[in-house]
Design a protein around this ligand. Structure first.
Ligand SMILES: C[S@@+](CC[C@H](N)C(=O)[O-])C[C@H]1O[C@@H](n2cnc3c(N)ncnc32)[C@H](O)[C@@H]1O
Length: 144
């Protein structure tokens, strides 16, 4: 694998980066563009998804990293959208059970020390008739 990156990927990476971004943007819009009600974004990072989440949604974003949240705040302000941001561990959400109509998260579970715990927490805070929308690049985990 390393050899493949050394020989091909390093040279091509910058050239194909715009295409990766285009695919990623389309996927984010497709996955999150129609959420509604009270919405929790878990591990929101710098707020990359904010532009794809409808402005009518009552959006709460959490992330464990303060510097990421600082950037997310700037992005939300730049987009002129209301977002409640809190520093929080996805594996121990401080919200009550059944608090959200939608729970969304992207490129996150692979970074959690215990992804199953994070997914269980998303399930706990999502209303029984709500939806969890994920965008990730690892195989589904069992035990959730
Ligand atoms: C690869 S970034 C993805 C950020 C954003 N979701 C996106 O799609 O661009 C992973 C994010 O997960 C956050 N994160 C990692 N572990 C976390 C945890 N235990 N609880 C909350 N956030 C966490 C990191 O701080 C980082 O912002």
């Amino acid at each position: 694998m390393k050899a493949a990156y050394d020989e091909e990927e390093a040279a091509d990476y910058a050239d194909t980066h715009w295409l990766k971004q285009l695919i990623e943007r389309r996927t984010r819009r497709h996955q999150f563009g129609d959420v509604s009600g009270r919405v929790l974004e878990v591990a929101c990072g710098t707020g990359e998804n904010f532009r794809y989440l409808p402005k009518s949604a009552d959006l709460v974003g959490i992330d464990v990293s303060k510097p990421m949240l600082d950037r997310a705040r700037k992005r939300a302000d730049g987009l002129d959208r209301q977002v409640e941001l809190e520093q929080m561990d996805a594996q121990r959400l401080s919200f009550a059970d059944d608090s959200f109509d939608h729970v969304v998260s992207s490129l996150s579970t692979c970074t959690f020390p215990d992804p199953i715990e994070g997914l269980n927490e998303m399930g706990r805070v999502c209303k029984p008739d709500g939806q969890i929308r994920l965008l990730d690049h690892q195989e589904p985990v069992s035990g959730v």
